[in-house]
Design a protein around this ligand. Structure first.
Ligand SMILES: [Zn+2]
Length: 286
């Protein structure tokens, strides 16, 4: 375990890029072979749009890397944060560190993005995707990436995690987020077994259903425990899923980079509900 954390402490940028590209490639192949829905879309064009927003996320994270590294070094040097205050075997500290990073740096910020109007405006871009697949994982407006990067440092401060644990968390987060957005048909038994340990595609797809209350459920990123603990866990059968948002049903608003970047600066639109225009044609389960 110590060697693993040491590796992540100084993980080369090339290895991080390989994890990102490797994950997308793997899930792209699986969702092409075993798709949950038969989307009638131009997969490469759709991916191109989402890759642009993945790239802006990488740039924002790069700009915030100094803050993150300084925060981690400071908490370790000054014994600040939860895992610095408790005395447990190293492996237990790593697990608690990962859980706390997931709670503050993913679940809590995601919950806030759904409940604070100004934050929601930026998060709309992620939810406007009507063809959810593995490339949707990092489709974040640069403004949202900014909120998330700040909360990653805040999470490291509260958790008291050294940079090695944060880098391990981020690498796991990249791959698991690509997995739970993927358009993969997972057998029910596999979903139920995996669902106790990690957020599965079935669980996260419910979060992308186009109307409330489902849009405001299943905020989890890696661990499903937070949704179960805080009462935000919901289920919906894949046959009832419709991706997108009731407030943004017009695909012209979210299929071009320029218009998408402007979405947060438009007037707030209240939820419409199931009476809205359907965001897309019926999804065909394969
Ligand atoms: Zn969301």
């Amino acid at each position: 375990m110590e060697r693993l954390i040491q590796y992540f402490e100084t993980i080369p940028s090339a290895h991080r890029a390989l994890i990102l590209a490797g994950g997308i490639t793997l899930f792209w192949v699986i969702e092409s072979a075993l798709p949950l829905f038969q989307f009638e879309y131009r997969k490469v064009r759709h991916a191109g749009l989402n890759f642009f927003f993945t790239l802006t996320t990488i740039v924002v994270n790069f700009l915030f890397a100094v803050l993150l590294v300084k925060t981690c070094d400071w908490v370790v040097a000054n014994h600040i944060g939860i895992i610095q205050w408790i005395s447990l075997p190293f492996w237990a500290e790593v697990i608690i560190g990962l859980l706390l990073l997931d709670l503050v740096g993913a679940y809590f910020i995601h919950w806030l993005q759904h409940h604070v109007k100004i934050m929601w405006r930026f998060h709309i871009i992620h939810h406007s995707d009507t063809y959810l697949d593995t490339t949707s994982a990092n489709r974040h407006h640069p403004g949202e990436s900014l909120f998330r990067a700040m909360f990653t440092s805040l999470a490291a401060l509260i958790a008291g995690t050294p940079i090695g644990i944060v880098m391990l968390y981020q690498s796991l987060s990249v791959v698991l987020s690509q997995f739970n957005h993927a358009n993969i048909h997972l057998p029910r038994w596999a979903d139920q077994v995996l669902g106790w340990l990690i957020v599965t595609p079935n669980m996260h797809h419910v979060h992308h259903h186009y109307v409330l209350p489902h849009t405001n459920s299943n905020y989890g990123n890696i661990f499903p425990i937070w949704d179960r603990l805080f009462g935000t866990y919901m289920e919906l059968a894949p046959k009832d899923l419709k991706y997108g948002l009731d407030t943004h049903p017009d695909s012209r608003e979210h299929s071009h980079i320029g218009t998408m970047l402007k979405i947060p600066f438009q007037k707030h639109r209240p939820p419409v509900g199931t009476g809205s225009v359907q965001p897309q044609e019926e999804l065909k389960e394969s």
